[in-house]
Design a protein around this ligand. Structure first.
Ligand code: NAD
Ligand code: MG
Length: 393
């Protein structure tokens, strides 16, 4: 039987890669719904290609425009709008699988709703786990949702763990995991050099082609910081058992080191269609369109310690993880505000960690009892970080 799939964030980098893999296997997958913020030109092309039953355009004006265009062409697709529509969509009984590929905190309510509804959940939206880790993992356990990580590092760790891994690193003989980092476009830069880098430089990643926000996160190493927190919640590992190593080739996507000295890793071309195809088909395997790795052509692999002085965002994420509670949600909110301000030329690249540091210091810890508590902390941290941005701009 075909898996009926909802692609949240279908017009983004991950969304487009997901549709690329799905299109290779029409016998296995049926696109039930597509969802995006407002990029209706691309969305219309995707609708023509995949003929979903539902399309959600969160922006109401863009939704109206798309409705009119589709009606003019005599196409009957149920076009909905508003962020609540995303939540209701993923809860429908005729949805099997949800690809959560909206960027940032905006993706949390729908990803969490899919977890609560016990769906097969392909999670690209790492911010959802960073903000709401305990709430999210609890929902997965209670509903029996199948949670498959799309982030390439976490997908690599997932593949390198025993199939029956139950979230207990001690019982599994895990010493620690190693997340690899490409180092981003500014690898090797000094603080002086980082002081003047521009948004255009920050978004041109040497190895991966991604959306703007995650590209800036890669340049600041906050992406790796968010991934450390993501790994903590996904795999039940304390901060001390999560290491980061810079590996500029991005061929080794991450590793698990076991107490007997064994190291298991997943390698491949840096192309997100590999983890997407893995998660779509798991526990089976399907072709992804990605070229097979040619080891001889790879040549040399390099490894280095991350430079925490030049890239303090990674250290801030470790601090937030150790502090626990609502600190990771505050870190994420302040980062989203600071990155948007940097992309808008309002603050400098090196202001990003400063805004985050100050916001983390200013917002007291609160318990994360559920989605509302998470969203309240997120909102408070955003306002605080925004005022710090304004005072710098
Ligand atoms: P992107 O910017 O290319 O795409 C974002 C998508 O989210 C778009 O479809 C956009 O319409 C939608 N969106 C944005 N705001 C929205 C809102 N308020 N409501 C509804 N939809 C909204 O981002 P991306 O690079 O595809 O990344 C998506 C997620 O996947 C992020 O959380 C990112 O960290 C994660 N991720 C991406 C990559 C990658 O290679 N791109 C790798 C690992 C993890
Ligand atoms: Mg990653």
């Amino acid at each position: 039987m075909q898996q009926r799939i909802v692609v949240l964030g279908s017009t983004g980098s991950i969304g487009q890669s997901t549709l690329d893999v799905i299109a290779r296997h029409p016998d296995r997958y049926r696109v039930y719904a597509l969802a995006a913020l407002r990029q209706i030109d691309l969305l219309e092309t995707q609708i023509d290609r995949f003929q979903p039953e539902v399309a959600v355009v969160v922006d109401p004006e863009a939704a109206d425009l798309l409705k009119r265009r589709l009606a003019d062409r005599g196409l009957c697709v149920d076009v909905q709008t508003g962020s609540d529509a995303l939540v209701h969509l993923v809860q429908r009984p005729d949805v099997d699988t949800v690809m959560a590929a909206i960027v940032g905190a905006a993706g949390l309510p729908s990803a969490l709703a899919a977890a609560e509804a016990g769906k097969r959940l392909l999670l690209a939206n790492k911010e959802a786990l960073v903000m709401a880790g305990p709430v999210f993992m609890n929902a997965v356990r209670q509903s029996g949702a199948v949670l498959l990580p799309i982030d390439s590092e976490h997908n690599a760790i997932f593949q390198s763990l025993p199939a029956a891994y139950s979230g207990n690193p001690q019982a599994t003989g895990i010493s620690h995991i190693v997340l690899t980092a490409s180092g981003g476009p500014f690898r090797g830069y000094s603080r002086d050099q980082l002081a003047t880098v521009t948004p255009a430089q920050a978004v041109s990643h040497p190895k991966w082609s991604m959306g703007k926000k995650i590209s800036v996160d890669s340049a600041s190493l906050m992406n790796k910081g968010l991934e450390v927190i993501e790994a903590h919640f996904l795999f039940g590992l304390p901060a001390e058992q999560i290491k980061v190593v810079v590996h500029p080739q991005s061929t080794i996507h991450s590793l698990v080191q076991y107490v007997d000295g064994s190291v298991l890793a997943e390698l491949g071309e840096p192309d997100m269609r590999t983890p997407i195809a893995h998660a779509l088909a798991w526990p089976e395997r399907i072709a992804s369109g990605v070229a097979l790795l040619d080891l001889v052509a790879c040549g040399q692999f390099d490894f280095a310690e991350p430079d925490l002085d030049a890239f303090p965002c990674l250290a801030l994420a470790f601090e937030a993880l150790k502090r626990g509670g609502s600190a990771p949600a505050v870190l994420n909110a302040a980062n989203e505000i600071a990155v948007a301000a940097f992309l808008d030329n309002k603050i400098a690249f090196l202001d990003i960690p400063e805004v985050i540091r100050e916001t983390l210091a200013a917002i007291p810890d609160t318990p994360l009892s559920g989605l509302d508590a998470v969203l309240a902390v997120d909102q408070r941290a955003r306002l605080d970080a925004q005022s710090r941005v304004e005072s710098r701009a």
